[in-house]
Ligand binder design. Sequence first.
Ligand code: GLU
Length: 446
Amino acid sequence: MKTAELLARLSARHPGETEYLQAVGEVMHSVEHIYDEHPEFEALAIAERLVEPDRVYTFKVPWVDDKGRVQVNTGYRVQFNNAIGPYKGGLRFHASVNLSILKFLGFEQIFKNALTTLPLGGAKGGSDFSPKGKSDGEIMRFCQAFMTELWRYIGPETDVPAGDIGVGSREIGYLYGMYRKLAHENTGVLTGKGMTYGGSLIRPEATGFGAVYFTERMLADGGDTLEGKRIAVSGFGNVAWGVALKATELGAKVITLSGPDGYVSVPEGLSREMIDYMPELRATNNDVIAPFADAFPSEASFMAGRKPWEVACDIAMPCATQNELDGVDAALLVENGMRYAAEVSNMGCTPEAIEVFAQHRIPYGPGKAVNAGGVATSGLEMSQNAMKLNWTAAEVDARLREIMGAIHASCVEYGTGADGFINYMNGANIAGFMKVARSMVEQGVL
Ligand code: GLU
């Protein structure tokens, strides 16, 4: 594969789409050697076809705020690739959302979903609507307005959205209600649904639990366990909550959480009471972590405007957003003794950070493997909806564990070097790519 040429052409065609170009660059560099061993890939232009989304919907979302003013946002759905199954991926509501971010997320989703072992294609969507400071009524009206456009493009066998940053069970409820009204049907068209209308047990916990199951296996590869390990976590949303819950249960200490305003340091590790407080703080809709330190003044201290990567820890688990851990942060973490990096946010580490990990031979689990438990459990929710039955929490959790084990095994199979060092990033990219590429070859030029 002529990777440099492919990337140059792509950046000329999509100038300024930096996150998207970054995500494509990472995957293409990982797979170029394997690609060249398969002349049929080159002949069928698999790379060129894979890097462009199948289609992108962009639409206007007008809605009325509590003061009676008309607001206008932009809505998107990027349907990237459905070679192995219906389009699948979350919706992100955040002020930063733009086409580049949704294309990077949709692209990553293709390989992540392929790794889950389930038949799921890749997609992503969302809006530049910021839920921060909005009332419940405003959020409901926005979700309803968004769905009046989106519903035409989705369906339980074609495209199944879910949550992401800014879209949790409340938003999924409002979105589902409007879909049901417009489409006149009750189907598994969205995942992350509430338990009263077709949701799956363990879906709320799944991304965080899956991330800890994967991390546990990374540690086992190094002959290590989670017992007594200090974990630096960023974010304080649903994903960070799931990580904190499972990691603490397995004997580790979660010693930081963060928000856009700074981080809190909890040297003795989060208690169950603190973990239970996380969803409460999130529900205030203010997107700040400072009140956490006010709630637990003797155990937690707030560091305004700083990132958690300056604390000494054994494991770093970024759980907030893309490019939140850069080369400088990585160097500081390594200097302070960090031994494993498990990225839970999508593309949470910059290429420079990944380079620092590689130089110091720090095992690094990429987001598309580590956080795949979320979408995998969405796949399990789809299966339950199709069968019109519900599995128990224990059954879903057992399947999640099994899937995370399979993802880890794929990373090891494709990522172990001649010297025995496991490059989980290359492993994940190659394993996901091979499945999608083979399926594209078998189905012809489309
Ligand atoms: N937004 C999540 C992700 O990044 C979940 C997607 C889903 O469940 O469809 O994978």
